[in-house]
Design a protein around this ligand. Structure first.
Ligand code: CMP
Length: 140
């Protein structure tokens, strides 16, 4: 299996409830390494640019408002099969459909306030990592 990198975001509902450490432990316990990490308050422009692919969706405006409502933690995770592994650890987008033991099942408040974002493909991971991180900020 290939060593991959993926972008993760711990969302405002989770930082508000002081869950950063608990969520990071899920990644590390599953063998992913956090090789870049920054706590930031996104601007509206950044949130809209990051989620541009969803611009036409009915939930776009509410999603962007939520993502700027508090701090987020942006992070680069590295490990074997990191893109798929991270999505497995997070669980389904809708916490009501997420498997037991996943981040979203255990922590998410709603489909919007679903505690974590993870890249959905290796190509998107590369773009999303470059959106937030310069090479110097990633320390394997
Ligand atoms: P995320 O993985 O960050 O990607 C897009 C986000 O849109 C998603 O998680 C959800 O938090 C949010 N969202 C809100 N409503 C919906 C919906 N109906 N379907 C999919 N995503 C939604």
């Amino acid at each position: 299996m290939a060593i991959e990198r993926t972008l993760s975001i711990i969302k405002p509902d989770a930082t508000r409830r002081n869950l950063t450490g608990k969520i990071n432990a899920r990644f590390e316990d599953a063998g992913l390494r956090i090789i870049g990490q920054r706590r930031v308050r996104l601007s509206r422009e950044q949130a809209e640019a990051f989620y541009a692919v969803h611009r036409a969706r009915p939930f776009f405006n509410d999603l962007c408002s939520f993502m700027v409502s508090g701090p987020v933690v942006v992070q680069v995770l590295e490990g074997e099969n990191a893109v798929a592994k991270n999505r497995e650890i997070m669980g389904a987008t809708d916490p009501a459909k997420a498997a037991p033991g996943t981040i979203r099942k255990d922590f998410a408040e709603s489909i919007e306030a679903n505690s974590a974002h993870g890249s959905d493909s290796l190509d998107n991971a590369k773009q999303e990592i470059a959106f937030f991180f310069s090479g110097l900020d990633i320390v394997p």
